[in-house]
Design a protein around this ligand. Sequence first.
Ligand SMILES: NC(=O)c1ccc[n+]([C@@H]2O[C@H](COP(=O)([O-])OP(=O)(O)OC[C@H]3O[C@@H](n4cnc5c(N)ncnc54)[C@H](OP(=O)(O)O)[C@@H]3O)[C@@H](O)[C@H]2O)c1
Length: 369
Amino acid sequence: MALDQYYLLGTSGLRVSRLALGTMNFGTGGYHAAYGKTLDESRPIFRRYLEDGGNFVDTADFYTAGESETILGTLIAEAKVRDRVVLTTKFTNSVAPGDPNAGGNGRKHMIRALEDSLRRLGTDYVDLFLLHTWDRLTPVEEVLRTFDDLVRAGKIRYAGLSDVPSWYAAQAQTLARAHSSTPMINLQLPYSLVERQIEVEHVPMAHTLGLGLTAWSPLGGGFLSGKYRHDSAHGLTGDGRLSTPGGSGLPLTERDWQLLEPLETVADELGVTMAQVAVNWVATQPGISSAIVGASSADQLGSTMAALDFELPAELRVSLDEAGAVAPESLYRMFTPEYQGQLISPGVKVGDQPAGYRPAVQNWLPHSA
Ligand SMILES: NC(=O)c1ccc[n+]([C@@H]2O[C@H](COP(=O)([O-])OP(=O)(O)OC[C@H]3O[C@@H](n4cnc5c(N)ncnc54)[C@H](OP(=O)(O)O)[C@@H]3O)[C@@H](O)[C@H]2O)c1
């Protein structure tokens, strides 16, 4: 399935490719500098994504200290695709240490961050503006009102959230709907075979409230490509960003390394790469609108994009599902069909699963646009 088959993002009329291009590594400054790419190195990656029909690109003001946006703006202008691409950026992280209002989600910073992003991107609007991280402080009403004002001002087309607790996203969406203000159409979260925590709360919440999920780091930053080895003396070894200082965001456990075995078996059986299986699995999980992939070269991206060219047979999917499943803990055990069958409806034949939890969500697939 090529990238020019587009899906609707959340409850909206915005159509996006099922693989988005992440540009966190475009640029050589700031936090992501260890594995950043120059403009000339980024250009073939971006061009390759467009050639395959991709229309969904992701950046943030914070990536490579603003360079990611500057490079992306240049590449979009060069390719003359500003109207064609769905351009996403994010705000929250500080742009001036020591200044309390130069970061966070308050109205003052939100507007400043967007103006700075527009300048770097060389455009007068972004298609999707995301709150990057919950700041624990700003009232949700203030964020919603500011999103709404920015839509009315013509500076953003749609709004969404990334890296927030599920209750916060639910509160935002419910208030937005109740007040007929700009809804959240997207929730961007970490999701891969090695990072499945969002299945507990966020996936069913997003499904119930019409938020399209986009999955960041679907390859676990490259871990799921199988190119790393675990060496007890030297830790993680292998050629890639996870073995560079500051390149790893993952505290890898024994369970994570064990996951690679079934992944390799499935890849061998299908005659594809482990990275392709890992990305296919994420992109076709319930509730996922798009997986945001990163690449350090055009060839690497080309290989990743072939991840949608095959179908994961059900029995192989089950083996992957089971390998890294997040077992329901504590309170969440009470929401499993097994528990409820025993304690809430013993001896009763129940046709419908309760709405909102995994069993119901598992049957749901995103609709094709
Ligand atoms: N909202 C958030 O908080 C948040 C956080 C993180 C990321 N994001 C977004 O998600 C995007 C993707 O994140 P990510 O870069 O971590 O995604 P990823 O797809 O999990 O990892 C991409 C990295 O894996 C390696 N790789 C890719 N394809 C490969 C292949 N076929 N074989 C072997 N290695 C391969 C490359 O690094 P090497 O070649 O160096 O190994 C590449 O940079 C970011 O650019 C950003 O837009 C959002």
